[in-house]
Design a binder for this molecule. Sequence first.
Ligand SMILES: [Zn+2]
Length: 151
Amino acid sequence: MGDVVGPRLYCCYNCRNPVALHDDIVSKSFQAKKGRAFLFSQAMNVTAGPKENRHLMTGLHTVADVHCSDCREVLGWRYERAYEDSQKYKEGKTVLEKFKIVKENCVNTILQASVSCFQVFLGSEKLYVLFYVLAVKIGNSIGFVLLVDGG
Ligand SMILES: [Zn+2]
């Protein structure tokens, strides 16, 4: 898959819903309760829960949990407001917990990949399953099933 270039996505680990772009990472050094987390300038396909004030290590913040819009899994939180000047840069940005997201190549990039790339995908059952899921997601599974049968 190293030959496939294009925007890299982070997807919900549970349902593979694309939730953020690699290019939108602001910081990889955030700490969540269960390990590392990434700060993204924006996230997509997520819904925010109710706002609440939390006292974090870096001071008081108003935050909202963010859920995957498909499976409703809590993936992280969004900073609605920061009260310390040094933390203001976080406002409007989203933290996603590392273990709740998986990195994947962009759907469009995969669809544009050549037949040879497709055979590479077939070489790994796991990657094939991922490819099939992506194909189903765009409602185009029939064409890919035919490709598999022909191979
Ligand atoms: Zn999900």
